[in-house]
Design a protein around this ligand. Structure first.
Ligand code: ZN
Length: 372
C-alpha cells in the first residue's frame, strides 16, 4: 500500500500519517498526498475497490473494513451519437457511492484505535458510515435534521448507529455534532480527506474497465464536492504515474438553490432559489471544499451547470427507460447531459462518463411526489 502525507493546501502545513485532525489548524480542509507511486498493480482476485490497495493510503490488512464496495459495472449507451459510460455506483452495499469513502475512512479509524465517531448527515453518507462502523465495531452517532426523510433515517438506524434528530437548520445540526465530537471523533464526510481517497477508486475502475481509455468529459453532481475531487484525484494520480497524458474535463452539477461553486466560479449570485429540494444529495449550502472544486473545474476546462427540478424529473424518466432506477440527485447527470448537448458543449464522437451515485429505492417518496 502507499505511503502518504496529510497536508493543508491552504497554509502548506503537513501532518504525519496517523493524524486525528479532521481539518487543518488554520481551519481549511486537509488533503492526502500519496508519496510513492508504484506500478498500477491490481489485485485481480479482489472484486472490490480494495483491488487498488497499492494506490490507497496504507492500512494493515486486519483493519480493512469492507463490504465489497466498488468495482461496480459500467453500462455503455449511445445517446445522440455520444458514448455515455454510466457507472452503476448505486449498486454499492448501502445503495450509494458513499460506501467507498466510508470503507476507506472507517478502515483508517480502526487502524488508529478509534472506538466512537460522530457524523452529521441526513442521507447516504450517514447510512454508509453507520454500516461500516457496525462492521468495524465502532460506535457511531449520526446527527440528522429533524425534517430528514423517514426512510433514510430508518436505513441509518437499522445498521446500528444512534440517530439524533436536531431541530433547526443544517448548520444547527452541524453544531450539535461538533459539540458531541469533543468527546469522540468527528467523521464528517464534508471534511474528511480519507473519505475522498475511497472515492478516487472510481477513476481507477474506469481506467481498468475501459482498457485504459479516458473519458473526454465527466458529469458529477456537486454537493460537498468530494466526489468530483475524488474522481479528479484518481485520474491525476494515474497521470502522475505516467499512465495518462491528459485529464478529462470535469463538469460539476448543482441546483439553483445550492449553487455555491457556481457562484464562486462565475462571481455572480443565483437569484432563483425557491424550488423544492428534489436533489437532496447535493443540497449543501456552504461546502467547505467549494474553492477546491472551483479550481479543479478551471484546471480541467470544465464548468458548473445548473439543473432545475423539471429537468431532473425528465432525466429521471430517461434513465429509468434505460433500466436505470436512480434517486433524483443521480438523475441530475442526465439533465446536465441534455443541456450540454443542446449548448454544443459536448459533441459527436466524445466519450462521457456519468457516475450514477444513488439507488432510486432510497427516494420512493420523492419519486412518487415529483416524478409524475
Ligand atoms: Zn492550513
Amino acid at each position: 500500500m502507499a505511503e502518504y502525507d496529510v497536508y493543508c493546501s491552504n497554509c502548506g502545513k503537513t501532518y504525519g500519517k496517523g493524524t486525528l485532525l479532521w481539518r487543518c489548524e488554520c481551519g481549511s480542509p486537509l488533503d492526502i498526498k500519496i508519496k510513492t507511486y508504484g506500478k498500477f498493480s491490481i489485485e485481480k482476485e479482489n472484486y472490490s475497490m480494495w483491488r487498488y490497495k497499492s494506490l490507497l493510503p496504507s492500512i494493515k490488512p486486519e483493519n480493512i473494513t469492507s463490504l465489497k464496495e466498488g468495482f461496480t459495472p459500467i453500462v455503455e449507451r449511445n445517446v445522440a451519437g455520444i458514448k455515455i459510460w454510466y457507472k452503476l455506483d448505486f449498486l454499492n452495499p448501502t445503495g450509494s457511492f458513499k460506501d467507498r469513502g466510508a470503507s476507506m475512512l472507517v478502515s483508517y479509524l480502526r487502524e488508529q484505535g478509534i472506538r466512537e465517531v460522530v457524523e452529521d448527515s441526513s442521507g447516504n453518507a450517514g447510512a454508509a458510515l453507520s454500516a461500516y462502523c457496525s462492521v468495524a465495531g465502532i460506535k457511531c452517532k449520526v446527527f440528522v435534521p429533524a425534517s430528514a426523510p423517514e426512510g433514510k433515517i430508518k436505513q441509518i438506524s437499522s445498521y446500528g448507529a444512534e440517530v439524533i434528530p436536531v431541530e433547526g437548520s443544517r448548520e444547527d445540526v452541524n453544531k450539535a455534532a461538533l459539540k458531541a465530537a469533543r468527546k469522540s471523533y468527528y467523521a464528517g464526510h464534508l471534511w474528511n480527506p480519507f473519505f475522498i481517497e475511497g472515492l478516487k477508486t472510481i477513476s481507477f475502475e474506469v481506467y481498468e474497465m475501459t482498457g485504459g481509455r479516458v473519458p473526454d468529459t465527466i458529469l458529477v453532481p456537486v454537493g460537498s464536492g468530494g466526489l468530483l475531487i475524488g474522481i479528479y484525484k484518481g485520474f491525476r494520480e494515474l497521470k502522475e504515474a505516467g499512465y495518462l497524458d491528459h485529464l478529462p474535463r470535469l463538469i460539476g452539477i448543482q441546483t439553483p438553490r445550492f449553487a455555491r461553486v457556481y457562484e464562486l466560479l462565475y462571481n455572480k449570485k443565483v437569484r432563483s432559489k425557491s424550488e423544492a429540494i428534489l436533489a437532496d444529495g447535493i443540497a449543501v449550502p456552504d461546502p467547505p471544499r467549494a474553492h477546491q472544486v472551483a479550481r479543479i473545474i478551471e484546471e480541467t476546462e470544465g464548468k458548473i451547470i445548473l439543473v432545475y427540478n423539471e429537468e431532473i424529473a425528465q432525466g429521471f424518466k430517461e434513465l429509468a427507460r434505460m433500466g436505470l432506477y436512480v434517486e433524483p440527485t443521480s438523475a441530475t447527470v442526465q439533465a446536465a447531459f441534455r443541456k450540454l448537448l443542446s449548448e454544443k458543449f459536448i459533441s459527436r464522437g466524445e466519450a462521457v462518463l456519468a457516475p450514477l451515485t444513488g439507488i432510486g429505492l432510497k427516494a420512493t417518496d420523492k419519486i412518487i411526489r415529483y416524478m409524475g
